[in-house]
Design a protein around this ligand. Structure first.
Ligand code: SAM
Length: 280
């Protein structure tokens, strides 16, 4: 997220903090948006909450007041120091000074489908954060994120939509994706140059469709969208000829945005089986 100005907001204990662009720091200050986010999450005392990038605590404070277990992961040392001091009296709140991209949520010793992950994410690392967390989809009940509007549109796009692509297909393989509401730049200090939106991802307890080989599915989807304007016959030419596959139930004269997740899985499974048959 790029910022226009470097405001120096005052934190709760009188400390001054200079927003750091390299950490994507744009702090939420619009109380009505904060309330709406908390209302969407509807946290309950028995939940296990995980907040990514608590910053100065705009969302952390209302989450902590629920009394549920809350683990926060913040990279900025100064903010971590402040948060640790601020939440010290609350035994159910733990602040981890770590990079979320190196933090394994499995270390939180939690049950399957239990973690409720929340974050106004640093936009410069939002896609890597999503792909990092999705690896632990079995442990996660839901994830509610603030992200750049354009990214949320890509995450939630349906087949045929101009925003439909790799990000949406791969996330929708693991999760239901819901674009909840938009947030204007004026809700932040400093204000970002982009509009934002709240998105909820709910990992499927039972996936609607399962690929034989997830790496093959990733490769097929990446190859297809690397050449968005070409038909699948052209963009998947090498993969198909390498596999020796002659018969495919999917119409390869289509462009990549016109194929559903199910059809991508069909192509991927056909390639996996052909490769397997070639080896055996
Ligand atoms: N949650 C706060 C709010 O809504 O006002 C701050 C949101 S700000 C957009 C993003 C936060 O993520 C910052 O506090 C930043 O320091 C933190 N952050 C940036 N990179 C991070 C990383 N790799 N791991 C954990 N936190 C990170």
């Amino acid at each position: 997220m790029t910022s226009q100005a470097n405001d120096r907001p005052l934190m709760g204990n009188g400390m001054q903090h200079q927003a750091r662009k390299r950490f994507g720091q744009n702090f939420l200050h619009d109380q009505s948006i904060i309330d709406r986010i908390i209302y969407s999450i509807n946290p309950q005392v028995g939940d296990h909450l995980v907040e990514i990038g608590p910053g100065q605590g705009a969302i952390t404070n209302p989450l902590a007041s629920v009394g549920a277990r809350l683990d926060c992961i913040e990279l900025d040392r100064d903010l971590t120091k402040y948060l640790k001091a601020n939440f010290k009296p609350l035994d159910h709140v733990t602040i981890h000074q770590q990079d979320i991209l190196k933090f394994e949520v499995a270390q939180l010793n939690t049950d399957d489908h239990s973690l409720r992950v929340i974050g106004n994410l640093p936009y410069n690392i939002s896609t890597p954060v999503l792909f990092h967390l999705i690896k632990s989809h079995n442990l996660i009940r839901d994830m509610t994120f603030m992200l750049q509007l354009e990214v949320v549109q890509r995450m939630s796009a349906s087949v045929g939509d101009k925003n439909y692509g790799r990000l949406g297909i791969m996330l929708q393989y693991y999760c239901e994706v819901e674009h909840l509401f938009n947030v204007p730049a004026t809700a932040f200090k400093p204000q970002p140059k982009v509009n934002s939106a709240i998105v909820r991802l709910t990992p499927h307890k039972q996936k609607p469709i399962i690929a034989q080989d997830i790496k093959m599915l990733e490769l097929v989807v990446r190859s297809a969208f690397n050449q968005r304007r070409k038909t699948l016959r052209n963009s998947l030419k090498k993969l198909i000829s390498d596999s020796g596959l002659t018969d495919l139930s999917v119409d390869l004269s289509l462009r990549p945005e016109n194929l559903s997740l199910t059809e991508y899985v069909q192509i991927s499974d056909a390639l996996s089986s052909a490769g397997h048959n070639q080896q055996s």
